[in-house]
Design a binder for this molecule. Structure first.
Ligand SMILES: Nc1ncnc2c1ncn2[C@@H]1O[C@H](COP(=O)(O)OP(=O)(O)OP(=O)(O)O)[C@@H](O)[C@H]1O
Length: 220
């Protein structure tokens, strides 16, 4: 089992503190849900954890070994699904897959994942928003990294693909730790093992929908 621990995370933008002394941890085998109203800092949290956004302070430890935020990407321990699309728009899906996955067996797994065959001859830039998001989530789930940070994996996704994504996450969590933030709270709650809510610059543990109402993320 591998464990990712984030502690002492403080992040401000122009003197406005967004995250203050935040700590969070999860292990392979866990799916962690991160909830929070718009603008509370969920994407900021994931970006600081992935090292693409400078924190005022942060300590990142994987299996008790501290890792410099600037080395997170090179370590290939943590994968990240950004909120915005990251695939080259001019390239066809069938040409993108081998760029990210040079190994033939890995490629086969992706080409045979439900829904991919139908879009493999299209350029990424011509996919619908939902098709593109589904492809990105499938690609991320096939990375060898121990931990995945996913910013809105269910965004624009049709119900059928949402179910496929949930099945995929359920399979990959056997070997990975996954943190997900998404406003489709019911979908998130249906697959998570632990949950936190970002409010007033800090994380509060939450257990169910009732807690999301209690902490005013939901009205009822
Ligand atoms: N580069 C930046 N410069 C200044 N302020 C920023 C920057 N990036 C984010 N912010 C601010 O930080 C706060 C947190 O933004 P963030 O995108 O992390 O929120 P979020 O919880 O992911 O929101 P949403 O649910 O809408 O995706 C917001 O008030 C946002 O305006």
């Amino acid at each position: 089992m591998s464990t990712l621990v984030i502690s002492n995370l403080t992040k401000s933008f122009h003197k406005k503190i967004i995250l203050e002394d935040v700590s969070v941890q999860f292990s392979t085998g866990d799916i962690l849900g991160i909830f929070g109203r718009n603008g509370t800092g969920k994407s900021t949290l994931l970006q600081c954890m992935f090292g693409i956004l400078d924190s005022d302070s942060i300590v990142i430890r994987i299996n008790n070994k501290e890792i410099n935020p600037k080395d997170v990407i090179a370590s290939k321990k943590i994968g990240y699904l950004p909120q915005d699309s990251f695939l080259p728009k001019e390239k066809k899906v069938r040409d993108i897959i081998p760029i990210i996955f040079p190994d033939g067996e890995d490629q086969d797994k992706i080409f045979y994942t439900q829904g991919i065959h139908k879009i493999e001859n299209q350029k990424a830039g011509t996919l619908s928003l939902g098709e593109l998001r589904y492809l990105e989530v499938v690609l991320l789930c096939h990375l060898k990294h121990d931990f995945l940070l996913m910013d809105e994996p269910f965004s624009m996704i049709q119900p059928l693909y949402k179910e496929l994504i949930k099945e995929l996450l359920y399979t990959v969590k056997k070997t990975k730790g996954i943190a997900i933030t998404d406003h489709y709270y019911q979908d998130v709650l249906s697959i998570t093992d632990t949950n936190v809510l970002l409010k007033d610059r800090g994380l509060i543990p939450v257990f169910d929908k009732k807690d999301l109402v209690l902490y005013e993320y939901l009205t009822s």
